[in-house]
Design a protein. Structure first.
Length: 196
């Protein structure tokens, strides 16, 4: 995978974002010039030179960049961010493969490797919840304990898990033991980053 070449955009409207790496919410004003540095997993990482940093923009705000909303990033996706069941509703037992596949669509906004291939997901359990579906619990970590983006990354993972058919509840917990190291990455993740 080759790195994306940053492309210039001017925000057409005010846009909510999250400052990287501190994780603080920031409203980017209309007319701000930004450079799109990463577009993976339905979110956008932009550099805003006039504001001095990187920012994560939700896929549902793609129109502010003059882009199309990525599949799965519209209003339906945000409705499940609290871990409520997906709009599709239960459809039998939850597929563990489907949960892992959804987790592979979650990215650190600074690293072009998904959280599974980065080795950030430590545990995944599917448990009975109710007649409405099953409960999925995930334990994950971050590449650095001080990363302010942890809450945003965990919320993204939780939202995507909650959209899996049959999931009634989803919980993603950040843990720090064992500490993450590059040895935890999959061969695919190492290959993407050129450290294979």
């Amino acid at each position: 995978m080759t790195p994306q070449t940053p492309t210039a955009h001017t925000l057409s409207r005010d846009c909510a974002s999250i400052r990287i790496p501190s994780g603080e919410p920031v409203n980017l004003p209309a007319g701000t010039s930004v450079y799109l540095t990463q577009s993976l997993g339905g979110t956008f990482t932009v550099q805003a030179p006039s504001l001095g940093g990187l920012f994560r923009i939700a896929g549902s705000d793609a129109d502010a960049l003059g882009l199309d909303v990525p599949a799965g990033a519209g209003p339906a996706a945000s409705a499940v961010s609290s871990g409520r069941p997906s709009a599709a509703g239960p459809s039998g037992p939850v597929s563990e493969t489907a949960v892992w596949d959804r987790l592979r669509t979650v990215y650190d906004p600074e690293i072009p490797v998904n959280i599974v291939d980065l080795g950030l997901v430590y545990d995944l359990r599917i448990l009975p919840a109710s007649a409405a579906g099953e409960r999925v619990e995930v334990k994950m970590t971050l590449t650095a304990p001080g990363c302010g983006m942890g809450g945003a990354i965990a919320a993204d993972a939780q939202s995507k898990i909650a959209a899996v058919p049959g999931v009634a509840e989803a919980e993603v917990a950040l843990v720090w033991d064992p500490p993450w190291s590059a040895e935890m990455m999959t061969p695919e993740g190492k290959k993407i980053l050129g450290i294979a």
